[in-house]
Each structure stands twice: as C-alpha cells, then as structure tokens.
Design a protein around this ligand. Structure first.
Ligand code: GDP
Ligand code: MN
Length: 383
C-alpha cells in the first residue's frame, strides 16, 4: 500500500532523514498561506499515489506565494495522467514545500528483492530520472547491497557502497546515515519499499530528500491503523477503492460478466467457467464465508457500479454460508437498485431448498450446474 509523499516524509523525518519544510492541504487559499509562511520560494506538488508527477505537470516551482496559490487552485480537482498511470488520478491535495537548491540528484532506496529473498539497498548517483531507465541505459550506475537478515547493514559495507555508487565525497557520510535511517524505518514501518528520488545535494553540500515514496506491506496494516484511509486512495480503480471501504474482496478484471461467489476458489472456478463459455469476467468478488443478506446486497451493489457489466453470475456453495441468506441478500439488493441485466445463479448446499423457494418468480434464473449457469449467463448477456 503506497503512502502519499507528505506521509512518507513525515514518517522518514521521525527517523532523522532530512526533508524540506512544508505542509499539505486540500484548500488553495491555505496553499497560498503555507507558501507565504515559507517565504514564497516553494514547490507545489500534487499528492497522488503515482510516479512521474513531475513530467505529468503535477510538480512546479514558484518564487511567490500568489502564483503558488493559483497553481494549487488549478491543480486541485484535475486528473493527473502520467506514462506510468494512463488512466490517471484526481488531485485532491497538494504539498507546499520550501524549494531546495539542487546541485546534484541521487537515487536511494530500500526494497524487497524477491529474487534473492532479501531486502536490499539501491544507490545511484544518477537520480532524478526513472530508475527503470537507468537500469536499462546505465546498469553499472546502480549499486545494490543485500541487507543481511541476521546482522543488518554494516558501516564498512555502506561506506564502500556509496563510494562505488560515485556519491561525491562531501555527501558520503550523510548518505550512509540516511541509508541507516531508511533501513530502520523500513523494518519498523513494515515497509516493502522506500524510495528517495531525487535525493538532493544542495550547493552547500547538504543531503535532503526532495521526494519520498514509501509503500507498506498491506498484511501489516493492522499495526499501522493511521494509514487505513490512504489504503483506499491507493487503489487505482474507484470501484476497488469503494469495495475496500466496505471490506469486500473485489478486483476489477475488465470484462462484462459480473461474478460473485463465496470463497476464493469458487470465484476462480467461476472465472474459468465464464471464460470456457466464451465470456469475459468483469471482476473477482468473494462474498466470504457466512455471508449475511446485508453483505450480499453490498457485493451486488459494488459489481453493478461497473457500467460495463451486462450480466451477473452468482456461484454459491452453502457450507457455513446458508444459501437462503444469500438469496435474501440478492433480492434485497434488487429491491434497492434498479437492475436491468440478466442474473443467473448456481446455488447448492446448506438450505438450498429454502434458497430456491426465495428466488422463485424473481429476476434470478437458477441453473443446476456451474457449467450450465456459465453458458446461460454468457448467452443472456450477449443476446
Ligand atoms: P515525481 O515525478 O512523482 O517523482 O515527483 P518528484 O517529487 O520527484 O518531483 C519531480 C522533479 O521536480 C524532481 O525530479 C526535481 O527535479 C524537481 N523538484 C522537486 N522538488 C524540487 C525542489 O525543491 N527544488 C528543485 N530545484 N527541484 C525540485
Ligand atoms: Mn520522484
């Protein structure tokens, strides 16, 4: 789960990483007053969870507060599109920070290297540009050191690494200190990536994080509840974000047959059967075990938010989940939202007879097997 730049900088500064003074806001008038407080020489930066904001026009330098405020006004509410994120993201807040004089830009990161199954530090004197481009054009300019899980990073290996990376002498000690701080923050925040690009060297030889991107392992979010709201922001797809808010496991897949099943395995089987029947699934959605009517209604609502959906396929095997509860949930959803698409359900298991009775005479057509249900919904959706 990605954190915003301002959150990343807040976190890292607690570990002693130097960051520019600044503040975040959703209000252009406040952006202007923050700029005034900082003396007018400021950079205004869109706080959206994507890379390449600079090239996309989401980062701009100013020499007076009025211009900074006007830019914030233009920027807030617009959709920022970058080559890394072609659908783009809407800007709802900006970071206003003091402008750093940059003599040189470096790259430094701590991240998980799945190939060697260790965390690593990456350093390069070729900062500012995308590290992926550096890796292709000038791979020798990137120095990688694995972090030993038992004894961590040693000073001597860090000093050698920053030298090998051609970090200038005047910045080497500061770079070693910064990497140690990043590595500590990485472990304690349950991060899977921390990236400073650019890590700026000022003309008077001070090292400072001009940008910061931290990503936290979602499985550890229960230990970092302050980031729960950001978690929904980080979903690129607005329906996925809404599902996350409602606590529903939903992944958008781009097709036109909406899928709802109980249990990840059953949902994956549903995806296969829809594909085998010549259709394309719109989503993955797991209602979960023991689903109650209210939850099922929420799930149907989420699926139908995708306007591409032309048919709804329901695959429920009642074990812990009672099929009659699911049926009630589906009907409750149909009562509350206008549904003009065909719905086919394969229901089986606990309380299946009661479930079938509930669905009788409703919009929902029942099928005896998964394969039959899949064929039916694909045919109906494309009729
Ligand atoms: P990104 O494009 O999303 O990675 O956003 P960055 O925060 O890295 O900003 C893009 C570029 O703007 C950086 O590579 C810098 O060259 C420039 N930039 C950002 N902050 C400052 C600053 O305080 N001073 C100067 N001179 N340039 C800055
Ligand atoms: Mn950057």
């Amino acid at each position: 789960m990605k954190l915003h730049e301002y959150q990343s900088k807040e976190l890292l500064s607690k570990y002693g990483v130097p960051v520019p003074a600044g503040d975040v806001t959703t209000d252009p008038a406040e952006a202007r007053s923050i700029a005034e407080r900082l003396g007018g020489n400021v950079v205004v930066k869109a706080q959206v969870l994507m890379g390449g904001r600079g090239k996309a026009g989401g980062v701009k330098l100013f020499t007076n507060a009025a211009d900074a405020g006007n830019f914030a006004k233009d920027l807030i509410g617009t959709r920022l599109i970058s080559n890394q994120n072609p659908t783009g993201m809407v800007v709802d807040k900006v970071l206003v920070a003091e402008t750093i004089d940059i003599a040189q830009e470096f790259y430094v990161a701590v991240l998980l290297d799945r190939n060697i199954q260790k965390n690593i530090v990456m350093i390069s004197a070729e900062g500012g540009m995308e590290i992926e481009d550096v890796a292709v054009e000038k791979p020798e300019a990137i120095v990688r050191i694995p972090i030993d899980p038992a004894w961590g990073l040693c000073d001597f290996e860090l000093r050698k690494a920053v030298k090998d990376a051609k970090i200038p002498r005047a910045a080497q000690g500061q770079m070693v200190a910064m990497i140690k701080a990043l590595a500590k923050a990485y472990v304690e925040a349950d991060a899977d990536m921390i990236e400073i690009n650019p890590c700026a060297l000022t003309p008077d030889n001070k090292l400072i994080a001009a940008d910061a991107k931290v990503s936290i392992d979602e499985n550890a979010l229960f230990r970092h509840k302050q980031y729960a709201a950001t978690s929904a922001d980080s979903a690129d797809d607005p329906i996925e974000a809404e599902a996350q808010k409602r606590g529903i496991a939903y992944v958008s897949l781009g097709g036109d047959i909406g899928i709802m099943g109980n249990g990840a395995g059953l949902v994956m089987q549903s995806l296969d059967e829809i594909n085998a029947a010549g259709g394309r699934p719109a989503n993955f959605l797991d209602v979960g075990g023991g689903a109650q009517a209210d939850r099922v209604r929420n799930c149907v609502e989420i699926i139908l938010m995708d306007t591409k959906v032309k048919g709804l396929f329901i695959n429920i095997f009642g074990g812990i989940t009672r099929v009659d509860e699911v049926a009630k949930g589906v009907l409750a959803a149909l009562d509350q939202i206008e549904v003009n698409i065909p719905i086919v359900a394969r229901i089986e298991g606990t309380a299946v007879e009661e479930g079938r009775k509930i669905l009788e005479g409703s919009k929902v057509q029942a099928a005896a097997t998964v394969q039959e249900a899949a064929k039916m919904i694909v045919a109906l959706a494309h009729a």
